[in-house]
Structure formats: C-alpha cells, structure tokens
Write a protein that binds this ligand. Structure first.
Ligand SMILES: [Ca+2]
Ligand SMILES: [Ca+2]
Ligand SMILES: [Ca+2]
Length: 321
C-alpha cells in the first residue's frame, strides 16, 4: 500500500514538472542563449535580440502600432526582430533567411513543444505592397548549422519546418518542408494537412490564403482600424501565438488568434525524427527586393515569449519500469 502511494506521488510531480523547459521573453538581450544562422551568401539577413517593437513606424501602408505581446507581462514591448533581404540595398544575389536556435541542452525529447508569440509585419496595405511576400519559418533540425529558407531548393540537413506568409502574397502561403540529409524544399510535400485538407494529396490549394479555411480562420474584421490585422486569410500585422507540438514523428500546429483562449489546430504533419534543434526564423521567398527602399523597414517579424519544453519523456520513466 505504501509503495502505491509513493508511485502516485511521483506521477503527480512528473505531471506538473516538465523534464526540460527553457523560455525567453527578450526583455533583455538574450542573444547569448541562441545560435543565429543566416542563410545568405551576402549576409543579407539579421536578428535584433532586444528590439523595442513599440518604436516601429510603418513606412508604407496604414499606420501600425505593435502592442505588447499576448504572453508578455507588465506591458513590455521588447522581442527579437528578424529581417531578410532588406539589410543590403540592391542585393538580389540569393534567397535570404535567418534562423535562431535556442541553445537547448539537453536535446529535446521525443515529446516536446515550442510556443511563441509572433507579429509578422509587411509593407503596404491589405495584401501587401511591392515585394512584400515574406514569412516566418519554424521547426527543428539536426544541427544549428542548417540554414532553413524558402523557395531555394533542398537544404542540406535533417529536419522539418513550416512557414506562414505575412500577407497571403504567395500561391502557397502555408508551407511544410521535411527531409533526411536534404530537407526537401517542396510546397506540396505529402505528410502535411492544413485543416485536414488535402490529406496525403499534393494539391496545393489548401496552402493558399484564399482557401476558405484560412479565410474563415483569419477573417477580415468588419472595420479596419489602422495598426491592426488587415489581410483576410493571412496572419500578418497582428499578434498570434503558435504552438508546435512534436510527438515522435507527429507534429501538430496550433494557433491562438487575438482574443482566443485556446489553440486551434491548423495543421498536422508527419516529420523525420532526429531533429532536436528547434528554431524560429524569417525568410524571403525570392531574391527580389521591395521598392522603394523605405519599405524595407516594414518587412520583418517579431518573436516574443519563446519557450521550448519537453512535455513528456519516456526516458524519464525508466525508474518506474
Ligand atoms: Ca518581450
Ligand atoms: Ca538579398
Ligand atoms: Ca496567396
């Protein structure tokens, strides 16, 4: 009887105490806890780890005011700002991207999750402006040397990642990349299902912001006050919270929109195993740059309140086996 009680007590403790957890609010410069990996032969991407996003002044399009992130406390307004293909004026050499890997140790377990707030900004009004189509990326790789980027052919490394385009400007705004040794840069890779569609098909329609599921999920507001969300079907210019839950080779993507109290599952995917280095990032999808130059200031994503935690780890239970 006594043995049973001890076992129950151990279970209760394990249930409320993640095996591993790491979180960042970026209210101070936490760059020392990250590896910054830039996918650009010309270094045309950047990470600012202590950016005061309340200072952003929109150059092109309706005025934008970025408030404190949904999971911040005390109204703080600092996060990590990622930008790509806007650092070197006139540089259209290659597709640019930047990824930041929290220096997680020990490596994440078989069941883990990453959660973050993100504001994906863009130049121009609803549907964007010149060269506005860029997006966030998030996933995991086998090493921090992997340089995830969009529309650039296979990427050397093992891992997977997802992308969300800011303003629906691509024919495939919701993407999935996955692979061993070479992460396949295909927008129609089997194994992803957005809102349960298209399953194992390679039909790309579900990846477009014009798809009815995305139009409903990111519905256009009845009015369009300046500084808030403005493009139906796309996540940009508002705070969303993303949760990527990994259970072995199964990944679930959940999103909280402004005001949501629970995550809505928007995607499920089958991924390679062995990707133990989580990352978030930002990428252009082509080599061209926005014009005029002032638009560069509007092209970025902010991440705040990033956490990575092992939610259950079979290895931690060996003592009870
Ligand atoms: Ca913050
Ligand atoms: Ca460039
Ligand atoms: Ca689109």
């Amino acid at each position: 009887m006594r043995k049973v009680h001890l076992f129950a007590a151990a279970l209760a403790v394990a249930a409320v105490s993640p095996v591993f957890a790491q979180s960042f609010n970026f209210d101070t410069d936490q760059s020392a806890s990250f590896t910054t990996t830039i996918a650009s032969s010309t270094n045309d991407a950047a990470a600012n780890y202590n950016y005061d996003y309340s200072t952003h002044v929109q150059f092109n399009g309706p005025a934008v005011t970025i408030p404190t992130a949904p999971n911040s406390t005390g109204g703080t307004t600092r996060g990590v700002r990622l930008a790509a293909n806007t650092i070197n004026v006139g540089d259209t050499t290659d597709v640019d991207a930047v990824a930041i890997y929290p220096t997680v140790a020990p490596p994440v377990g078989s069941n883990w999750e990453m959660v973050f707030d993100t504001w994906i900004n863009y130049n121009g009004p609803a549907a964007g402006g010149s060269g506005s189509t860029q997006g966030i990326i998030f996933g995991a790789a086998d090493t921090t040397a992997v340089q995830p980027k969009l529309s650039a052919g296979p990427i050397t490394g093992t891992g997977f990642y997802f992308s969300l385009m800011a303003e629906g400007g691509a024919s495939q705004d919701y993407r999935f990349y996955n692979g061993t040794s070479s992460i396949a840069a295909s927008t129609t890779t089997a194994g992803i299902s957005w809102f349960g569609f298209p399953g194992t098909d390679s039909v790309a329609a579900a990846y477009n912001h014009l798809n009815s599921n995305w139009q409903t999920f990111f519905a256009a507001p009845a009015d369009l006050p300046p500084g808030v969300f403005e493009t139906a079907g796309a996540p940009g210019k508002q705070w969303i919270t993303v949760k990527m839950s990994v259970a072995g080779s199964n990944v679930t993507i959940g999103i909280k929109r402004p005001g949501d109290t629970t995550f809505t599952t928007v995607g499920t995917a089958t991924v390679v195993t062995g990707a133990v280095q989580p990352f978030v990032g930002y990428s252009d999808i082509n080599t061209g740059q926005a014009s005029p130059i002032g638009d560069f200031n509007d092209q970025f994503a902010v991440f705040d309140n990033l956490s990575v935690q092992v939610v259950s780890d079979a290895s931690g239970w060996t003592i009870y086996n």
